[in-house]
Unconditional design. Structure first.
Ligand SMILES: [Zn+2]
Length: 421
């Protein structure tokens, strides 16, 4: 069935493509995809076309969050650092299965609502409870890469295969809900576990993400099982000395495992030396960092600009509500703007649109609709902003309370998936 063409005019359209920001622009939409985008005078829409008094952007892409934690609150800045914060997270994960189902359902509801309120139409979601989150996210309007989380280290290393099978179970996958895998972090998955996950990702073409160089505690833990993360393991009481060691830090570790030769998505990379930058620049991995979460933990300044100068793809996410006030990824970008007033708004916006979409590998196949851009053939996910000025991208970032007035994730019929809708 072919839908009629819908036209939307706007004072400005920020395409996130080389076409830049179009003044008095128009998009034409059919079957959930963008049919045309350009100046209104070129598209010649009917007089009845919808009109946005402000800015139209693509739906935003939050490449790193944990929606199942959206019922949490970050609390005071953690005095015992990242590892101390993790203890608090673990204490709350000892919940009865029936109770967990309710908590996760409520968290997903809160998380999806927040995304849509803040203009996010696509997420990279880390999920430990993917058997619970996927059926819910499948019914949501969001596009999701659901990264099933795998933790298997020390006395739990024998759980690797079982946990991996759950993580990549694609029973609920549809075009809008794609399956990915996430070996959690270098202090919760051993080298063999990483290699196993990477092999699976390669064989099945799955997106892969991992938390990497998130805290300064990772390097000593990898080197000789010392430091705060070892104390965390002692608190858990399940460590053993057969966990392999590696003394060149987490990024060289990722490189040694083959993770940088794959288009992996590395979450955080808050600690990155010049030689680490060289390794990243030589590979294919992208980096997603989470500015407000970064600030919450008090890490040293992130090297995202040095990364971009070296050609490393960087994008911005929120992380979860357990370390960020909410899932407003624009507020993360606003923080970046305040910290980097010399970077133009048009350079920042791709971090939550086109670059984030590419980091999630959503646009892998040339035939499928791109996201994070307003371009011909892209999914017609759009967000309207009540801007007034002639520099609307800067205005949204500088008006700290501005929220979207409309958020429209498109439903794109997918010829590849029979019987949907
Ligand atoms: Zn995370």
């Amino acid at each position: 069935m072919i839908d009629s063409i819908q036209y939307i005019r706007a004072r400005h359209i920020a395409t996130m493509t080389p076409a830049g920001v179009i003044e008095d622009g128009c998009i034409a939409i059919q079957n959930g995809r963008i049919l045309a985008v350009g100046p209104t005078r070129d598209l010649n829409p009917p007089a009845t076309a919808a009109s946005i008094d402000g800015l139209l952007t693509p739906g935003l892409v939050n490449a790193h969050t944990h929606l199942e934690l959206s019922d949490r609150l970050p609390g005071e800045r953690p005095t015992e650092g990242f590892a101390g914060w993790l203890v608090g997270m673990l204490q709350r994960s000892h919940t009865e299965a029936s109770e967990m189902e309710k908590l996760v359902a409520e968290a997903i509801r809160i998380g999806v609502d927040q995304c849509l309120r803040f203009g996010v139409t696509a997420v990279g979601d880390i999920s430990r409870q993917c058997h619970l989150t996927r059926p819910l996210l499948r019914e949501s309007p969001l596009r999701t890469v659901s990264f099933g989380e795998v933790q298997a280290m020390a006395q739990r290393r024998n759980l690797l295969q079982e946990r991996t099978a759950v993580a990549i179970d694609d029973a609920h996958s549809i075009d809008q809900l794609r399956i990915g895998i996430t070996p959690h972090a270098p202090y919760s998955v051993e080298a063999d576990g990483y290699r196993y996950c990477l092999d699976l990702a390669r064989q099945r073409g799955l997106p892969l993400t991992t938390h990497l160089a998130e805290s300064a505690d990772e390097a000593p833990f990898l080197a000789d099982h010392s430091g705060a993360l070892r104390r965390l393991w002692d608190w858990i009481g399940a460590f053993d000395e057969q966990v392999p060691t590696f003394d060149r830090g987490p990024i060289a570790y990722a490189e040694s495992l083959g993770l940088l030769a794959y288009p992996s998505l590395l979450a955080h990379v808050n600690y990155c030396s010049d030689s680490d930058l060289d390794l990243l620049a030589a590979g294919q991995a992208s980096v997603v960092w989470c500015p407000r979460t970064h600030d919450y933990f008090g890490h040293p300044p992130h090297r995202w600009r040095a990364m971009r100068e070296r050609g490393i793809r960087v994008c911005v996410g929120t992380d979860s509500c357990a370390s960020s006030p909410d899932l407003n990824v624009v507020d993360d970008l606003r923080l970046v703007r305040r910290q980097n007033p010399d970077v133009s708004a048009s350079e920042l916006w791709p971090l939550i649109t086109s670059e984030a979409a590419d980091a999630l590998r959503w646009n892998r196949d040339g035939d499928e609709p791109a996201i994070g851009r307003l371009a011909i053939g892209a999914a017609a996910d759009w967000v309207a902003w009540p801007t007034r000025s002639n520099d609307p991208l800067a205005e949204v970032l500088d008006e700290s309370k501005m929220l979207p007035t409309q958020v429209r994730p498109a439903e794109v019929p997918s010829p590849g998936i029979a019987g949907r809708g």
